[in-house]
Design a protein around this ligand. Structure first.
Ligand code: FAD
Length: 569
């Protein structure tokens, strides 16, 4: 059997290696149009910032290793340019010599990834405008940072001009994870960074009240946010600088521009082979990663995936799905029965010591789909036992089905141990678990790592109480003219107060019940929701109609950030 794999990075390389492990006899050719295979594209922003010092560290496995250990015919600088699905042949071009050859295949695997979106803005070809997609991209960026224009090259150090223009300036266009990671790394390189984003918030998979936490962190670390404004073009400015022009009419001067406005599946070859392309613009595959042609498989960023929760066709460009899919395609080619379960969109980003991570569906998506069978909770548990030094709160939002408690999604932000919580949620979510399973989760615990009731258990317990009627819940945005009872201590109110709320500290509540209305819904608040829950229980058991406001003052703070908007932070 002769198998040709197009693309030598995440999906392609994992497919090639797995296939060799399963079939020692297969002839495997892996073609890669770039100069390297199996490079760490996820590490590229950190090479820009100097965190990863050597370019060679980005090269996870070499061409030679694929040849010697896996007996794979690796061809770098070799671009697949056409496919004849009828004849089962593919045309390959040597990028260095231009020579074109034709190879026959029994099975073909496409893993060409996605292309960075590069709209035809006026001036887009100006030197100094980059993508962060490949090793050559980041080499070009670092070279530009060192000597791209007279100012970057340090010429002004000799002229006294630095007193007038003391900092090098970067404009990063796009607030997705590549844009944000690169923005952080440019700050580390001493740039003054402006982040331009056409939508109101960064990190679209997060719900806006969580994106605002990220925006606050960015701003606190010196990134200027220009939200809700879009690039319209670029203009050459003095001394090799670039003026970034925007829809609002503003101009942002830059010594370097990073374009990170998203990616699009690279379906050039799929179209040549007349494969089915889905409505989202990716190659349609079945659960075995087979395209509409039974001899052609496709994996990674180029395919449309079924969203694990909503079952919608989606484009979700992440390394873990690409690797899993590459392995599944190899299994199927080797005659094994493997299938792909769908993509949950589990992702994480670290910025300036903080972390944001998420899995599953967001509330924004549920609202877009008109799905009302869900409830959400906000919690702020400690990352580990509060008495052990170094604990940090985690801002957590968990979404679940009202009707049966199925876990739908989780988002978490904080300084410590966010990854393990979202990884636990992700594993449960893929198993179709409910919040009742989270209640029962047996997770590792010692004070420096977690709590005897881990935040994941805690989320399950709160959600189960909400669905079981033990903790009727309300949310800030639903609150109209209801009676608000604040059960914090009076000294806490001097820091932050809710106007119109009645204050009865929790410890006094049982003796002051006569001050509360018996004929109104009472919305109970405290700092994070915990004391409010206890108060709600007291009130319910004394015949009052009480609800806990989820997340208390902390979720109000998030809503406040949302109200004022990122540009005003
Ligand atoms: C800067 C950056 C940071 C990222 N960080 C993360 C992260 O932290 N976490 C995460 O989950 N994901 C991250 N990703 C996304 C992740 O890297 C991708 O989802 C994953 O690499 C997709 O794998 P793939 O095999 O589909 O495509 P790729 O890994 O992009 O590989 C495709 C390869 O195919 C080659 N190719 C294309 N066309 C042809 C052709 N015609 N002939 C020959 N070769 C061809 C390309 O040159 C490319 O090398 C990041 C991506 C980037 C760019």
């Amino acid at each position: 059997m002769k198998v040709i794999i197009v693309g030598g990075v995440a999906g392609g390389a994992s497919c090639a290696a797995r296939l060799r492990r399963l079939d020692e006899k297969a002839e495997i050719i892996m073609v890669e149009k770039g100069p390297f295979v199996s490079y760490a594209n996820c590490g590229l922003p950190y090479y820009v910032g100097g965190v990863i010092e050597k370019e060679s560290s980005l090269l996870v496995a070499s061409e030679q290793l694929f040849r010697s250990q896996f007996n794979i015919d690796v061809r770098t600088n070799c671009e697949a340019i056409d496919i004849s699905a009828k004849e089962k042949t593919i045309q390959l071009k040597n990028v260095e010599t231009g020579e074109v050859t034709t190879e026959a295949y029994d099975k073909l695997v496409l893993s060409p990834g996605a292309k960075a979106i590069r709209p035809p803005f006026p001036g887009i070809e100006l030197p100094g405008i980059f993508h962060v997609r490949t090793v050559p991209d980041v080499s070009a960026i670092t070279e530009w940072i060192e000597k791209g224009n007279p100012f970057l090259a340090g010429m002004y150090r000799y002229s006294g001009f630095q007193a007038v223009r003391p900092k090098t300036r970067a404009v990063v266009v796009g607030g997705g994870f590549i844009g944000l990671e690169t923005a952080e790394n440019l700050i580390h390189r001493g740039f003054e960074v402006t982040l331009l984003q056409n939508s109101p918030h960064v990190l679209a998979p997060l719900d806006p009240e969580n994106s605002t936490i990220v925006e606050t962190l960015l701003k606190r670390n010196g990134i200027k946010l220009a939200m809700g404004d879009a690039v319209t073009g670029f203009e050459k400015a003095a001394n090799g600088a670039i003026n970034v022009q925007t829809k609002s009419g503003k101009i942002y001067p830059a010594d370097i521009v990073i374009l990170a406005i998203g990616v699009r599946p690279d379906t050039m070859l799929a179209k040549a082979a007349e494969l089915e392309i889905g409505e989202r613009g990716g190659i349609r595959v079945d659960e075995h990663m087979r395209t509409s042609d039974p001899n052609i498989f496709a994996v990674g960023d180029v395919v449309e995936v079924k969203d694990y929760v909503t079952e919608e066709w989606s484009l979700i460009a992440l390394a873990n799905p690409a690797n899993r899919q590459g392995r599944i395609a190899a299994d199927v080619i080797a005659g094994r029965k493997s299938s792909y379960r769908g993509t949950q969109g589990t992702a994480i980003i670290g910025l300036f010591g903080g972390t944001a991570a998420w899995t599953g569906v967001s509330e924004t998506t549920l609202n877009r789909l008109g799905d009302t069978d869900y409830e959400k909770i906000y919690l702020y548990p400690n990352s580990h036992a509060g008495y052990y030094p170094g604990a940090h709160p985690i801002a957590m939002k968990v979404l679940f089905r009202k009707s049966d408690g199925r876990l739908l999604g989780a988002q978490a932000l904080g300084m410590d141990n966010i990854d393990k919580r979202i990884s636990a949620f992700a594993a449960y979510l893929q198993m179709g678990a409910s919040i009742y399973d989270l209640e029962e989760a047996e997770l590792c615990y010692a004070p420096q790592f977690g709590s005897a009731k881990d935040p994941v258990n805690f989320a399950g317990m709160v959600a189960a109480d909400v669905l079981g009627g033990v903790m009727p819940l309300s949310h800030w945005e639903e609150l109209k003219d209801g009676f608000v009872l604040d059960v914090r201590e009076s000294f806490e109110l001097t820091v932050e107060n809710v106007s119109g709320a009645t204050n009865i500290p929790l410890g006094q509540l049982r003796t002051r019940l006569n001050e509360l209305p018996a004929d109104q819904e009472i919305h109970v608040i405290c700092r994070s929701g915990q004391r409010a829950y206890m108060a709600t229980r007291i009130l319910l058991q004394n015949g009052f109609n009480a609800k806990t406001i989820s997340g208390g003052m902390l979720s109000k703070a998030q809503n406040y950030l949302l109200e004022i908007g990122p540009n005003e932070l």
